[in-house]
Design a protein around this ligand. Sequence first.
Ligand code: ADP
Ligand code: ZN
Length: 731
Amino acid sequence: MEEGAFYDAGFLVSVLTTQPLDRTLDYKAPEGGCFAGAFVEVPLGPRKVLGVIWGPGRGDFDRSKVRSVLRVLDVPPMREEMRAFLIRAADYTLTPLPAMLRLATRAPGLGDPPSMRKIYRLGGAEPDRMTEARARVLAVLRDYGGLAFTLRELAEMAGVTSSVVKGLVKQGAVREEDSPRDLPYPHLDPDLPGKPLTEDQAAAADRLRAGLRSGNYGTTLLKGVTGAGKTEVYLEAVAEALRMGRQALVLLPEIALTAVFLTRVEARFGARPAEWHSGATMTERRRIWRMVGQGEAQLVVGARSALFLPFRDLGLIIVDEEHDTSYKQEDGVLYNARDMAVLRAAICGARVVLASATPSLESWANAEAGKYERLELSSRFGAATLPEMRAIDMRAEAMTPGTWISPSLRAAVADRLAKGEQSLLFINRRGYAPVTLCRACGQQIGCDHCDARMVEHRFLKRLMCHQCGETKPIPDTCPHCGAEGRLAPVGPGIERLAEEAAASFPEARLAVLSSDLFGSARALKERIEQIAAGEADIVIGTQLVAKGHNFPQLTLVGVIDADLGLQGSDLRAAERTFQLMRQVAGRAGRAEKPGQALLQTFQPDHPVIRAILGGDEERFWQAEAAERQTAGVPPYGRMAGIILSGPEAGPVFDLGNALARNDAPLRQIGAQVFGPAPAPIARVRGRHRVRLLVKAPKGAPLQEAIARWIAPLRLKGDLRLSVDIDPQSFL
Ligand code: ADP
Ligand code: ZN
């Protein structure tokens, strides 16, 4: 596509649509012509679909049957930079282009003409009679120097009823106008004073600013313990981007975090930025999509899909908590937002800042190799210090059966209660108990549709499958042997831990934080704010609490099962455990009072546990890197997962075997294929799943080889195949 190319009416153009087709389609340019990149509506069979003018037509259709583009939408054409990004992201993830285009157009009503609303500004005339209320309205309008407001805003600011404003309109003292509903975002002022930075922070901010001013692409890993002020530092980079007239994007892993973050942005820049996430209303999404394209949203704060917004001039992308696994999209288009951020920035000449206290090994290795710049903030801000970390050796604790809080941990919690400080008990398991076992026959209750155990959720009074979400009532009799009253919960989940804490500390105020206990993100946010304000003595939480919340009164973190993550066969098990434990421990002692983290473990001598306790992060990363290097696995080798699924196990395996046999394209690049094997979760929602794993040397053209490998496949019936490049989880 040639940027700025124009096609006259009737000229043959090719259009990429959002429909699952494997090619672009030819159409005739509409009356008035169209630019390359224009968003258009085209007829497809009986329907009208969204598309983009991709270039000149291919001419391989019968010309007499080629139809016309219906209309050009009233939005700026797709920029060449965006098109290049979509093509390269599609190539990287082996995703068909139409699916990428769908990601890039996730705003409803793009094609609608802008809807209008009434706004009010100062008119020329004087009212016949001046009342106090009328004078207030006019004063507000004068104070704001010609700005216009909606009726509600104006009435509210002046403290009058809307009829007062309407009265002034009749008199000509106030003018009523139509204005498009999609308003630009309020101006953010980068020159408001920020917090005075410490020497460390100021030096890091200087480097980021210098990077931006270079005008070239570059990625920086901003590493610093939780509470070191990474956010303060990268907000200075945002300020610099805004000063340069470029746009900035801040990606956050968790929507519960955005509320606090937005308040900080408002304090720094004087207004709130655009917020892009799945909870945003349709109108808001459309407004952001349009305003970002017109350059009238300077800063977007959002979830990973914000990367696909049509920024006019994106100069900076921040990926906060870059190690977070939620950056990997595990549904639909399988992409890692961190990697795609780097790709997009490289194409549009932007800077990337990856911020984390515990970077992913991938980013750490890229910094080691000199591909990323590395900045470090070594201490916590102000009086806050890092928590002291200690293991509780569970082999030496006298545990009552059916309890999980050791006497040592109980004593530590009691101590904080006496001092009026908060404790956090961390367990990474939702529900009441992970297993429901029949004491008569020894069988566990499983999901009818998946190869997974049902988890008891006492709060919901049901068993739930964490794979497919299926729930059923807790039975009285065993579904296997029919024995009555012999079903028993085994092991702890967060609900059961809460029960134990309530029994052990009857006087304490408990707050249970698990994603499934809240009806809405808002309810969760409110609860988090209450806890931060000190309205709980003991917080009991899952993974959810590990992420960046700031609880100033919290001085003790107790990890119920530090060994939990070590058991997986996942190649990142050690890394994940390390990150999670350090993050959770980082919740303690964020303000003046020092914090302590106690890890209950049966393996205090395990290398990962020792690395966590020792706090020698560099050594942990070096050891982990050496191990992966020897094994030739990421980031020192490449991997891809192929998941095949279907309603019947036989054909799925046949397909997998056929693929494994015809592996010539893989062998040509020195790659190996493993499998087919039943996926770790072999059945989900009634579909049998088989996995192949491809391992290739670093630098091998993996995607291209896989594309050639799977190209001859014809998927029959209900068989499905998905490719996961750089898989993060191995489900
Ligand atoms: P991080 O992002 O590294 O976890 P934050 O930027 O959230 O750290 O900083 C932790 C806390 O310390 C925040 O409440 C922040 O406002 C405060 N803080 C950090 N640096 C400064 C500073 N230079 N002046 C005042 N407060 C600061
Ligand atoms: Zn299930």
